[in-house]
Design a protein around this ligand. Structure first.
Ligand code: NAD
Ligand code: GLY
Length: 371
């Protein structure tokens, strides 16, 4: 079954295609898609990690070559700690060597790290070349590949360097999730739970139904379809309404205020993005129930789902709540000394708030305090 979701941006709408086996048909979709704007005969630079490229590179490159594109690849080491300007320089070097032109495109094959970096390189190389996202992690499929946030980390903070730059096509092939490590699957599920909480109550309820949800193999076809289509639809709807995060889009950062602080304190080692977001959601969920934004029962339902997926609900033992509180002061979301938090308003809805005082945050951090 193939589903197509459109990110309805006025200047440049584009499609998110969800199709089993789609990896081997990216060339066809690119060639036949008027919004993709990359014509056969053009050069395509595929950016990936060696591990992912070894499994999926050949099928993708073959599909692009068969559709008449000239293809070269650029491989970068895997991991958040390589999400740096140094890696961007490597993509530029490959683009220069391959003589990538304005009408050419970069193709990100991988998780969110590769997607964010390829997007930033595409935004800046020759002041902008085409961009195609072929996400291979669940997190990248439901979140990072859609919506045009691209960038790299600065030593002082995550995603501090970046640009809004939309892809021309996003191709999601659910079959690649079979090789995704279990821990990465769980990380992606954190963002799926996020959409259920902030936007889509039926998605949340669909996630509550099965007994086990901690591994990809427990998803039946129907649930897998629900997860991907609902989550991508949620992201597409929010981005279509607020591309540059003037307001609404900030709700996608639910769980990220505390999550980013944790990732940064851990130097992006020993914890991944989804795990950090899960902790952030537990903490934010607690603040929300204390403020009466949702009920204790809703807070507990969110916690139960996070636990069912196998995500952490306690800080890594090397971190303590005070360090997280101190790190929060340096966050991009600090406005006039007040921390900007996204709060759920019941299940399926959320709002931005800045009125969260230190005392409340400290209490929430105690809830996720290490055991
Ligand atoms: P990741 O990109 O580090 O990928 C996780 C690991 O899984 C990597 O080692 C990767 O090589 C491997 N992998 C990916 N797909 C695989 C597959 N199918 N089979 C086997 N191995 C596979 O991590 P991630 O969780 O995908 O992305 C996290 C990043 O995404 C963070 O940097 C975060 O800031 C960013 N992000 C961006 C946005 C956005 O809107 N741009 C949204 C959310 C997250
Ligand atoms: N992942 C947050 C956003 O895309 O805005």
């Amino acid at each position: 079954m193939t589903s197509v979701i459109t990110v309805a941006l006025p200047d440049q709408p584009y499609n998110v295609v969800i199709s089993a086996g789609g990896l081997g048909r990216v060339g066809e979709w690119l060639q036949g898609n008027p919004t993709a704007l990359v014509k056969p005969g053009q050069r395509l630079l595929v950016v990936a990690n060696p591990g992912v490229f070894k499994i999926y590179g050949e099928a993708l490159v073959r599909s692009l070559a068969q559709a008449g594109y000239l293809v070269e690849s650029c491989l970068l080491p895997a991991g958040e700690r390589y999400k740096t300007l140094k890696s961007i320089q490597k993509i530029y070097d490959a683009a220069l060597a391959f003589r990538l032109e304005r009408q050419s495109a970069m193709v990100a094959l991988g998780g969110g790290v590769i997607g964010d970096m390829t997007g930033f390189a595409a935004a800046t190389w020759l002041r902008g070349v085409g961009l195609v996202q072929v996400p291979t992690s669940l997190l990248a499929m439901v979140d990072a590949a859609i919506g045009g946030k691209t960038g790299v980390n600065h030593p002082q903070g995550k995603n501090l360097i970046g640009a809004f730059y939309q892809p021309r096509l996003v191709m999601i092939d659910p079959l690649v999730l079979k090789t995704l490590p279990v821990r990465e699957f769980r990380a992606g599920m954190a963002e799926v739970i996020k959409y259920g909480v902030i936007w889509d109550q039926p998605l949340f309820e669909a996630l509550e139904a099965p007994t086990r949800l901690d591994q990809y193999r427990y998803l039946n076809d129907q649930l897998r379809h629900t997860i991907l289509t609902h989550a991508c639809q949620a992201k597409a709807e929010v981005v279509s309404q607020d591309e540059k995060e003037a307001g609404l889009r900030a709700i996608l950062n639910y769980g990220h205020t505390i999550g980013h602080a944790i990732e940064n304190l851990m130097h992006y080692r020993g914890i991944n993005h989804g795990e950090a977001v899960a902790l952030g959601m537990v903490a934010a969920g607690h603040i929300a129930s204390r403020l009466g934004f949702w009920s204790n029962t809703e807070e507990q339902r969110q916690r139960a789902l996070i636990e069912k997926v196998g995500l952490p609900t306690c800080l890594p033992t090397v971190l303590d709540a005070r360090a997280v509180l101190a790190a929060l002061q340096g966050d991009k979301k600090v406005e006039a000394g007040l921390l900007r938090f996204i709060m759920p308003r019941g299940l399926g809805s959320a709002q931005i708030t800045t009125a969260i005082d230190q005392q409340m945050i400290r209490a929430a951090l105690e809830v996720i305090g290490s055991t």
